[in-house]
Design a protein around this ligand. Structure first.
Ligand code: PEP
Ligand code: MN
Length: 336
């Protein structure tokens, strides 16, 4: 249910409605617009007690939300969200470029990549310190040391840092991180989604490799329902019958999600293809299809990378990608 307040309603009236919603046992999620405030009510299935709100002073209408996801949907918020990712806008007219190694491997490696991707035009440095690997024998990440190196790279370049959280218990270690990534394998880890929702940290939520768009949006709903609205969705390829590429990058997801949700959509063509040869083409296609940003894996020595070397671009190739993507962005009215 959405409660639409009359234009120019006073703070007292808005607060009174919020209190009544909470007294009735629902969560209240206000959006304070320039002209009017709307309040999303979420909670148990029976919405009939909420109809009494219609008679409260300042309430213009109570409108049911028909979709299963409430706060992430366009019914609740028709205009696209421009998020604040540690001071950098995500959504809106700027394209967000998130780039860096799959794994943080050493201080030297992450500093070198950070300088290179910054020069090319990225605003965010990504790097996994905790890696969710298919094999328990594969490199699992430098953990705390990796986070330290990312912070050092931020200090040296001014890039904001993005890193993956794989478990609720690691949350206290993430205080210094600018943006939390929830990976494909944890897209439906509801305990992790709730815990991250309780922080106010920006989140990049990646689509699970077998997650329907409707399920993906419900995963984002977990985070928003806890009060954290700073969530960008990331398409990173899904499992299909095709084996020529590691995954099949679902470009359909971009216009579909953008029609259903106000949240920004990023695309990760590195995991989506699994092969560096195809990354630039799919990055261009993503921006042409309306993506709000890209996540790209970059490594100076892909052959010796500890994870995802075959899909990682060398810094020169990444630089060229940004040049090409910028052209497509301009044609779409977007800047980097
Ligand atoms: C990654 O970003 O390195 C990663 C593990 O991605 P995904 O969760 O999409 O597989
Ligand atoms: Mn990776």
């Amino acid at each position: 249910m959405i409660i639409v307040m009359e234009p120019g309603s006073s703070k007292e009236r808005i607060d009174a409605v919020i209190r009544r919603i909470e007294d009735l046992g629902y969560g209240a999620h206000p959006i304070y617009g320039v002209e009017r405030t709307v309040i999303g009510c979420v909670g148990h299935e029976d919405k009939s007690p909420l109809s009494q709100l219609e008679s409260m002073p300042g309430v213009e209408a109570a409108i049911p939300i028909l979709k299963p996801y409430k706060l992430v949907g366009r019914e609740f918020k028709p205009e696209p969200s421009v998020l604040d990712f540690a001071g950098v806008p995500v959504g809106g007219e700027r394209l967000a470029i998130v780039a860096g190694p799959c794994s943080v491997e050493s201080r030297q490696q992450v500093l070198e990549i950070a300088h290179a991707v910054r020069e090319a035009g990225a605003q965010f440095l990504r790097g996994g310190a905790f890696k969710p690997r298919t094999s328990p024998y594969a490199f699992q990440g430098l953990r705390g040391k990796g986070l330290e190196y990312l912070c050092e790279a931020r200090a040296a370049t001014g890039l904001k840092i993005v890193t993956e959280i794989v478990s609720v218990e690691d949350l206290p270690l993430m205080n210094e991180v600018d943006v939390l990534q929830i990976g494909a394998r944890n897209c439906q880890n509801y305990a992790l989604l709730n815990a991250v929702g309780q922080t106010k940290k920006p989140v990049v939520l990646k689509r699970g490799m077998s997650t329907l768009i409707s399920e993906f949006l419900m995963s984002a709903e977990y985070i928003l329902s806890e009060g954290n609205y700073n969530v960008a969705l990331c398409e990173r390829g899904i499992r299909t019958f095709e084996t020529a590429t590691r995954f099949t990058l679902d470009l359909n997801a971009i216009p579909v999600i953008k029609s259903l949700s106000h949240l920004p959509v990023l695309v990760d063509p590195s995991h989506g293809t699994g092969n560096w040869h195809y990354v630039e083409a799919m990055a261009r296609a993503s921006v042409a299809a309306g993506a709000d940003g890209l996540m790209i894996e970059v490594h100076p020595d892909p052959k010796n990378a500890l994870s995802d070397g075959p899909q990682s671009l060398k810094p020169e190739k990444f630089q060229k990608l940004v040049v090409e993507v910028r052209k497509i962005g301009e044609a779409m009215g977007r800047k980097i």
